[in-house]
Design a protein around this ligand. Structure first.
Ligand SMILES: Cc1cc2nc3c(=O)[nH]c(=O)nc-3n(C[C@H](O)[C@H](O)[C@H](O)COP(=O)(O)OP(=O)(O)OC[C@H]3O[C@@H](n4cnc5c(N)ncnc54)[C@H](O)[C@@H]3O)c2cc1C
Length: 501
């Protein structure tokens, strides 16, 4: 049994003592290998690698190095079988350009990596992994934050908290800001402040030709547009982001449980309430079978506990019974982010992966998690039949969960074509998340059973190697414009993986 203290696991019980278990995800590993197929003209010699390493300000790690195994591993152990030719911990944009030139010259696959949380393992491969974790500075200036592409969310929240500000971002503390932002960035204050990509004012990115481009509304605006929801790994290697910040305040975090027998009523009530609640109220509905059936509504309110309790009343009334357990607490913004990240009982330093490589800490205790997942974006509420199907799918045997995260609010006030993230009118996101043997079967079956009810939209940050029609599902009407941006900035398709734009 592996303790999995991410938000999903944390939400499983109001206490912080949830557990999850590891599994192999063999089907994903196979796909990831396929994505990193070798196209080398002649394999680089060891002197090629040595001279690349010598030319970098950062560090190049090769098979045989003591740190190689630690350097190649992603968050999800399912991809531990993938063995890159080298991992370059780039210290600056010139290192990145050097790596891209090397990969191009020698015809080897190149993959960018920030936090290493790609659901499909597409931030590793058999070629050169360009890791940006060393570029992880977080600077707050008036109303803005300049964040290195390798910063992890726990550090972004922590360092900005010292200045009384924050940005809307995701909950898993070790997710990298690059992957999150480039694919959109859904989080617990999104209904108030928008997606992470909505507060992105500019970014610096190294393109396939080695140029370091600044992209904003006035410079390379098409690449700026594509970098807000078009998905990581497609257009270049981002090295720095400038975000608009908001001032922080005390917030209220809540977790409410009902008996499973209330599941149908809770889904109906939640979906009619959560996407339309005041912007300050964000919530999710969590249905799980892990190890037994559980029903929870959790969330974060940007205001006092008393106001939060008042705002929850209509929801509770519609469900028709008081929660069987109720945890509602007012706390600092920073503490709330630690709770949402499953790190309420850890220090910031402990809320990292253990180790001495960039992005890791000596006292890090944040566990990895072997999971597989699929997603939908719900553009309309579920009918009674859809609700019944969701309850039935969750109740099937296994260890899995379905998470519905409310959207609407500020997310929905942006036009679907204003950024590459198209799902502006979606009411909530849906994740099917599974562990253990049987995960793939449950995921396939549940996703297929719910498709007639949710439609065929999906979130690129929950990237899904088995998704058919992925281009349309992730990008909708923005797919065509994204393809044009790709052709402009990466005409030779240096950056490629099975679902590259
Ligand atoms: C436990 C967990 C919790 C999550 N919670 C949330 C959440 O609350 N909200 C949400 O929206 N998403 C969430 N996600 C999904 C997450 O946003 C995506 O998996 C995201 O892609 C991870 O980014 P990363 O940098 O950590 O991953 P990586 O695996 O490093 O990268 C993901 C993709 O981006 C590319 N990439 C990485 N760095 C760069 C770069 N510098 N320039 C260009 N491309 C790059 C990679 O090549 C890869 O294709 C969660 C994922 C996990 C595993």
């Amino acid at each position: 049994m592996r303790p999995a203290l991410d938000r999903r696991s944390f939400l499983r019980a109001s206490a912080v003592a949830a557990t999850a278990v590891a599994t192999g995800c063999a089907q994903n590993v196979t796909t990831a290998h396929a994505g990193a197929r070798t196209t080398a003209r002649t394999a680089p010699s060891s002197s090629d690698w040595t001279s690349l390493g010598k030319g970098l300000a950062g560090r190049l790690i090769r098979p045989g190095d003591a740190s190689y195994d630690a350097a190649r591993r992603l968050y999800n152990p399912s991809f531990d079988g993938i063995r890159p030719s080298a991992v370059a911990y780039c210290a600056n944009p010139s290192d990145v350009a050097e790596c891209l030139a090397f990969a191009k010259r020698l015809g080897i696959p190149v993959t960018s990596r920030s936090g290493g949380h790609s659901y499909a393992g597409w931030s590793t491969g058999t070629g050169l992994v360009v890791d940006v974790s060393r570029m992880n500075s977080v600077r707050a200036t008036s109303g803005h934050a300049v964040v290195g592409a390798g910063a992890q969310l726990v550090d972004v929240y922590d360092r900005l908290a010292a200045h009384g500000v924050s940005i809307p971002a995701g909950s898993c503390p070790t997710v990298g800001v690059a992957g999150l932002t480039l694919g959109g960035g859904i989080g617990v204050v999104a209904r108030q402040y928008g997606l992470t990509c909505d507060v992105l004012e500019s970014l610096q990115i190294v393109t396939a030709d080695g140029r370091v481009l600044t992209c904003d509304a006035d410079h390379n605006p098409d690449l700026y547009w594509a970098s807000r929801g078009g998905g990581g790994g497609n257009f270049g290697v981002a090295v720095s982001f400038t975000f608009r910040t908001h001032a922080t305040r005390e917030v209220t975090v809540f977790f409410l449980h009902w008996p499973w027998s209330r599941a149908r009523k809770a889904i109906a009530a939640w979906q009619a309430w959560a996407p339309f609640a005041p912007d300050a109220m964000w919530s999710n509905l969590h249905l799980s079978q892990d190890p037994s059936l559980d029903l929870q509504i959790g969330g974060l309110y940007l205001g006092s506990r008393a106001d939060c309790e008042r705002r929850l009343e209509p929801l509770i009334a519609k469900i028709g019974s008081q929660p069987s357990t109720r945890y509602v607490t007012q706390t600092s913004y920073q503490k709330a982010m630690m709770i949402e990240g499953g790190c309420s009982s850890r220090t910031v330093s402990q809320c990292h992966r253990p180790g001495s490589l960039p992005g890791q800490t000596a006292d890090g205790r944040f566990p990895r998690d072997a999971f597989s997942a699929k997603s939908h974006m719900a553009y309309r509420p579920l009918s009674a039949a859809g609700i019944g199907a969701l309850v039935d799918q969750t109740a099937r045997p296994g260890r899995h969960a379905v998470l519905l995260d409310a959207l609407g609010g500020a997310v929905g006030r942006v036009r679907p074509d204003a950024t590459a993230f198209p799902h502006r009118t979606a009411l909530f996101s849906v994740q099917y998340y599974a562990h253990m043997a049987g995960a793939a079967t449950w995921l396939r079956g549940s996703h297929a059973a719910m498709a007639p009810h949710f439609g065929d939209h999906a979130y690129v940050n929950y990237i899904d190697p088995a998704l058919s029609g992925w281009r349309q599902a992730y990008y909708g009407a923005n797919a065509g414009r994204l393809a044009k941006v790709k052709a402009t900035y990466d005409p030779g398709r240096l950056f490629r993986f099975p679902q590259a734009v």
